[in-house]
Design a binder for this molecule. Structure first.
Ligand code: IPM
Ligand code: MG
Length: 356
């Protein structure tokens, strides 16, 4: 049976960039069943809820999920908040599919090194943020009391949750420079002290990995001071949310960054959801101005992690670099002496390099 890939285009530029990613997978010769389903605002408009049961069921029956982006001004003010696309679709999807390991690489692409807001020479970065995605303050109890005048959010972590994400970070570091910086706020938070203890115990059992600890405020500073020092950053859900945005900005090319959200391995396959880091960008939706490269590179990550097909992933990544080397640029990364292309032209150019 061919592998089954659930395609969730979502809102705004989501459908535009996802079309290009599917085009590129097909050009690379990936023979899979691509099955489309609704999510986010598009699902709210069609069914009244941001994550319909059929969409969740399709994901459960697929080998991997490729997602565009969700959200937009039309649905931002829906009440209650769990009907909004971000909180109502992304969070339950992560939880229901047990996607506890969020992998966000941030790498400077040589042709785009000038786009970094950091001084030249400081800006070459090649790191991966491994963010715990189904625990912590995102999923703890939250409520109001005293007539709505007091708000409470709770951060909860168990040792088992910290162990599995730490082992995943070690595995990823093993494919790279073997260096893990675990980021926490152990000078204040009890969850961070449990985090640090657990990471230290696992570090002792995995002497091939160099493990150090950094407080999150210092890490935010080090990322702009000297981002080249990092290989793998391992951290909890909310710190990872913030630090991964910071890391992606430093590369200067948000529109190029992919991500994976992984569950447990099943044999040699890992179920995962793959999506660009960028959002739905409603301001440029429908104009073929979006950069499809993050979605295309997310599809490459899918080939590598879920299907164990590093060769196809490498080919897709090389095709993206080749298109950039030729000077093709979507509006977000356009500079003098490069050629401005549309979303579909960029996708076509990458696909053309992959066809036999
Ligand atoms: C992300 C996003 C989400 C998060 C939001 C949209 C709920 O910022 O994927 O980083 O905070 O996890
Ligand atoms: Mg975020």
């Amino acid at each position: 049976m061919p592998p089954r890939i659930a395609i969730l285009p979502g809102d705004g530029i989501g459908p535009e960039v996802i079309d290009e990613a599917v085009k590129v997978l097909q050009a690379a010769g990936v023979a899979a069943d691509f099955e489309f389903a609704l999510i986010g605002g598009a699902a709210i408009d069609a069914t009244g809820v941001p994550l319909p049961d059929e969409t969740l069921e399709l994901c459960r029956q697929s080998d991997a999920v490729l997602l565009g982006a969700v959200g937009g001004p039309k649905w931002d003010t829906l009440e209650p908040a769990h009907l909004r696309p971000e909180v109502g679709a992304l969070l339950p999807l992560r939880r229901e599919l047990n996607l506890y390991a969020n992998v966000r690489p941030a790498r400077t692409m040589r042709p785009l090194v000038h786009a970094s807001p950091l001084k030249e020479g400081r800006s070459m970065i090649d790191l991966i943020v491994v963010r715990e995605l189904t625990g912590g303050i995102y999923f703890g109890e939250r409520f109001r009391k005293d007539d709505g005048k007091t708000a409470i959010d709770t951060a909860v972590y168990t040792r088992a949750e910290v162990e599995r994400i730490t082992l995943r970070a070690f595995e990823i570091a093993r494919q790279r420079r073997h260096q893990v910086v675990s980021v926490d706020k152990a000078n204040v938070l009890e969850t961070s002290r449990l985090w640090r203890e657990t990471v230290n115990d696992l570090a002792a059992q995995n002497p091939d990995i160099s493990v150090t600890h950094m407080l999150v405020d210092n890490c935010a500073m080090q990322l702009v001071r000297d981002p080249g020092q990092f290989d793998v950053i391992l951290t909890e859900n909310m710190f990872g949310d913030i630090l991964s945005d910071e890391a992606s900005m430093i590369t200067g090319s948000l529109g190029l960054l992919p991500s994976a959200s992984l569950s447990d391995a099943n044999g040699d396959k890992v179920f995962g959801l793959y999506e660009p880091i960028h959002g739905s960008a409603p301001d440029i939706a429908g104009q073929s101005r979006a950069n499809p490269l993050a979605a295309i590179l997310s599809a490459a990550m899918m080939m590598r992690f879920t299907f164990g097909d590093g060769r196809t992933a490498d080919r897709i990544e090389a095709a993206v670099e080749a298109a950039l080397d030729e000077g093709l640029r979507t509006a977000d990364i356009f500079e003098n002496e490069t050629r401005l292309v549309s979303t579909t032209e960029m996708g076509d150019a990458v696909a053309a390099k992959l066809r036999p």
